[in-house]
Ligand binder design. Structure first.
Ligand SMILES: [Ca+2]
Ligand SMILES: [Ca+2]
Ligand SMILES: [Ca+2]
Length: 223
């Protein structure tokens, strides 16, 4: 009868059965297995908490991000276009070589040429530097320029920038204005052929005269 006893001992040694409830040595169910299962359930609950709405800390982080967004700065005001840095062309110096003449208008400067010259030549010379053939606008100016030019020789005259090329009796300045100040000398203007220019005697009297190419002159300039 040794063999049946061996089977009983073997059965007692292999009491673990994974497919069935654990039993104690005395065959009652093992309560400790149930406790372990309840612990596993608790782990599941904790996992559900993880799936809950974002933690407060995270929401604070979101708020911080919102606060950190830069406040929209107002659009930049359009800067005015750069001022042209190019230097303004300086006006060429005016009236260089001209001078104040005592007795003549303070607003004018003059330069004299004591070379016998045609009226057209004198006119061109004066305009070449921004001046114009002198226009006596008063007896004081006419006399002052006569003294200034101090014409030499037997011809005490100088050219004026006044003309009447149409011979219509209206005398016009080289600046385009009608000349009203016309202190004619004796029997002038007498309108001989070619007398379309004004020649000024050093006493300030005007003569209508032709371009004899032999007069001195003064240029006038307004700085
Ligand atoms: Ca004048
Ligand atoms: Ca005229
Ligand atoms: Ca004349």
């Amino acid at each position: 009868m040794r063999q049946p006893l061996f089977l009983v001992v073997l059965a007692a040694g292999c009491s673990f059965d994974p497919s069935g409830p654990a039993t104690t040595d005395d065959g009652s169910p093992d309560d400790s297995a149930i406790v372990d299962s309840a612990g596993a359930d608790g782990a599941i609950i904790d996992g559900a908490a993880i799936d809950a709405p974002a933690p407060i800390d995270a929401r604070l982080t979101d708020a911080a991000v919102i606060d950190a967004r830069p406040i929209d700065a107002p659009p930049p005001i359009d800067a005015p276009p750069p001022i042209d840095a190019r230097p303004i062309d300086a006006a060429p110096p005016r009236c260089v070589g001209y001078q104040v003449v005592t007795g003549a208008p303070a607003g004018s400067r003059y330069r004299k040429v004591n070379t016998l010259t045609t009226w057209a030549g004198a006119d061109a010379d004066c305009t070449s530097d921004g001046g114009y053939l002198v226009i006596p606008g008063s007896m004081s100016e006419a006399v002052a320029i006569g003294t200034f030019v101090n014409p030499a020789g037997t011809s005490p005259y100088y050219w004026a920038g006044i003309e009447d090329p149409e011979r219509d009796g209206t005398w016009t300045t080289v600046l385009g204005a009608t000349q009203t100040y016309l202190p004619w000398g004796p029997a002038q203007p007498n309108g001989r052929v070619g007398e379309i220019y004004v020649l000024v005697e050093d006493n300030g009297r005007f003569w209508d005269w032709y371009d004899d190419g032999a007069q001195e002159y003064a240029c006038e300039c307004n700085p």
